[in-house]
Structure formats: structure tokens, C-alpha cells
Design a protein around this ligand. Structure first.
Ligand code: SIN
Length: 344
């Protein structure tokens, strides 16, 4: 190589190095899921092995991420998210807070299975102590499938995590070109790639025409404005969900909290109501939520209020459960817990 060529390539190397150093630093924490899933054939889209691939393989599959962020990865667990548990959730939350406190981190992306993705996202929305972007991302088709959605989802998640606009908006899910807030988003379809929706309150934004476009943000408390702190917790109070149905069974075992997934506007069958009333009288905090996907669960029949049952607002039962668990780490006063359900 001529001296001139060496000089030119040294200049190019320096420019690239400066450019990379100038990019926001985004850490990808991998937990498994279909985004890291592998199947026996490229047409197999069910019954595959979720969480099979490691984080380096996912990063190497999307070199374009490097145009937007200085990306590095860390494997937290390799699970299918139906196996997510409190221990892993707390481990993840603590690692997220450690990284967010580091001035060298500008944003975090978490790869996660879609089954419980909305729960992890909402939990982190309540306990992450920073306004830096935290983005959860998954995929509905395994990495080995034709038209796998994971690589584009991951690229878009990294782009949002690296963006200034994402700061201060709480934890978000980026999938299928949509940006949804952790509080309002839910999985709406068992297999379709367009599964994450915020049915009534709507998406926060989109990625379209190569641009990140935000249109709104949640008015509810989150992240830096949250009173919840997991730094000293190694478990959470037990909260059960009771799913209402015809002939449901009012037998309940010793939980600190119960979320009732009621019919309609959180309605409760009479025998189950009697059991919940007794549980509330004995100090178990009971929150009424609904198995209906849209709308708030509100104060309704006076006997529910008289029995001291609380309302979940628009939180679905699985998210109400997480908020009640965190609430019970601070208090068992139903009035105080109802305040939290109004504010978060
Ligand atoms: C999982 O939740 O880990 C499996 C399903 C998925 O990621 O879509």
C-alpha cells in the first residue's frame, strides 16, 4: 500500500472512530423469546425453540444498528417469557438501574418474549430510575423464519433507544413500526406480527418513512416520578388473579393481594363477592379489574365500595397485579393503594 493510501485509510479510520464514539451508547439486554428463537425449517412459525440464540448472534444479524448507536450486548437469561418470574424480573430491573446510572449508557433495549412482554415493560416503567430510554422488543416469528420480524424490530428499538425524542416518555415497546407506552400496551393476537396495541389510548408514535415520529405521551407517573424502589427487594408480596367466569369458585388461598378479573365493568358473581369481602375484611387488598379488554374498571355497585374493594382504572389484570405487588411493598392501606391506582 502506498504512503498516500495509508494516510487516507488512517484518516478514514479516525473519522469512523470519532463517528462511533459520538453515537449514543445503547446496551441490549437479552432475555430470550421468539426474537432469539430457532425452528427446524424456515416455514415453521409455531412450536419452535424460543430463546435459543445468544445476544451476539442477534447483534451480528443487524449490522445497520451500528449506524445509529454504539451497541453492546449482555445476556441476562435465555428463556421463553411464559417462564418469566419475580426473581428474574428483579434481577433485570436492578441491572437496568445499574446501567442507567452509568453516564456511559444513553439508552437500553431489552429483547424479550412477547407472551409477558407487557408485564416486564410495565414493571420497569414503575421501577426504572432514569429518564433515559428503555425499550422492550420482541418478535412473533422465530429468527429462522422467512420474513422474520425480529431484525427490523431490533433495529427500530435501537433507533428509538438512541433518539433524543424518547427521553422522559417512560418505558416503551417498539415492534412492527409502532411505539407503544408500557402502561397502555397489550398483546392482542396470539400469532400475528401486528399484535402489540394500546387499544383505546393509542400508540405513542410510529417509525415510518425512515423517521421516528412521536405524537403523544402518557400523563401517568412513571420512572423518575415513581415512588417504587426495588433496590433492596429480593421478592415481592404474593398477589393472585382470579379470572371470573360462569360458576367461578370463591375458594382463595392466603395471598396479600387479589386482583379480580371481573366480567363487564369489574362485576363479581355473588358467591365470589362474599369471599372477596371476607378477604378484604381480613386485610387482603382486593382490586377489581376486568376481563374485558377496553375501558376503565370504575366504582360501580355500592356493595363493592362498602366492602373496601379497589378499582384498577384501565390497567388489565396482569398489570394491576404488578402495581399491587409494588404497592404492598410500601403499604397495606387501601386508600393509599387506590391513590396509586389513580396515579400510575
Ligand atoms: C415467549 O414469550 O418467549 C415466546 C413467544 C414470543 O416471544 O412470541
Amino acid at each position: 500500500m502506498s504512503f498516500r493510501k495509508i494516510l487516507l485509510s488512517a484518516a478514514l479510520f479516525t473519522a469512523t472512530a470519532v463517528f462511533a464514539a459520538d453515537l449514543p451508547a445503547v446496551k441490549i439486554l437479552a432475555t430470550g423469546g421468539t426474537i432469539a428463537g430457532t425452528a427446524a425449517s424456515n416455514t415453521q412459525t409455531t412450536g419452535y425453540k424460543a430463546g435459543d440464540l445468544g445476544i451476539q448472534t442477534l447483534i451480528e444479524a443487524v449490522p445497520a444498528m451500528k449506524d445509529y448507536a454504539d451497541v453492546s450486548g449482555e445476556q441476562i437469561v435465555k428463556i421463553s417469557s411464559n417462564n418469566m418470574d419475580t426473581k428474574t424480573l428483579l434481577k433485570l430491573a436492578k441491572r437496568v438501574n445499574e446501567l442507567l446510572a452509568d453516564p456511559k449508557t444513553d439508552g437500553i433495549v431489552i429483547t424479550h418474549g412477547t407472551d409477558t412482554l407487557e408485564e416486564t415493560a410495565y414493571f420497569l416503567n414503575l421501577v426504572a430510575k432514569s429518564d433515559k430510554p428503555v425499550i422492550l422488543v420482541g418478535a412473533m416469528r422465530p429468527a429462522t423464519a422467512i420474513s422474520a420480524d425480529g431484525p427490523m424490530n431490533l433495529l427500530e428499538a435501537v433507533r428509538v433507544a438512541a433518539s433524543k425524542e424518547a427521553k422522559g416518555k417512560g418505558v416503551m415497546i417498539v415492534m412492527n413500526d409502532e411505539i407503544n407506552g408500557a402502561r397502555d400496551v397489550t398483546k392482542t393476537n396470539t400469532t400475528n406480527v401486528s399484535t402489540f396495541k394500546s387499544p383505546e389510548l393509542g400508540a405513542l408514535g410510529y417509525i415510518s418513512g425512515g423517521k421516528i415520529r412521536f405524537y403523544k405521551e402518557s400523563t401517568k407517573r412513571h420512572t423518575v416520578n415513581s415512588e417504587f424502589d426495588v433496590s433492596k427487594l429480593d421478592t415481592l408480596p404474593r398477589v393472585d388473579i382470579i379470572y371470573s367466569h360462569i360458576d367461578d369458585d370463591p375458594v382463595m388461598a392466603g395471598a396479600k393481594g387479589i386482583v379480580h378479573a371481573g366480567t363487564g365493568n369489574g362485576s363479581i358473581a355473588d358467591p365470589t363477592f362474599e369471599a372477596l369481602k371476607k378477604a378484604a375484611a381480613n386485610g387482603t387488598v382486593v382490586v377489581r379489574s376486568a376481563r374485558v379488554p377496553n375501558g376503565a374498571t370504575t366504582v360501580s355497585v355500592p356493595k363493592y365500595t362498602e366492602a373496601g374493594l379497589l378499582e384498577s382504572d384501565t390497567l388489565n389484570p396482569q398489570k394491576a397485579r404488578l402495581l399491587l405487588q409494588l404497592a404492598l411493598t410500601k403499604t397495606s392501606d387501601p386508600k393509599e393503594i387506590q391513590r396509586m391506582f389513580e396515579e400510575y
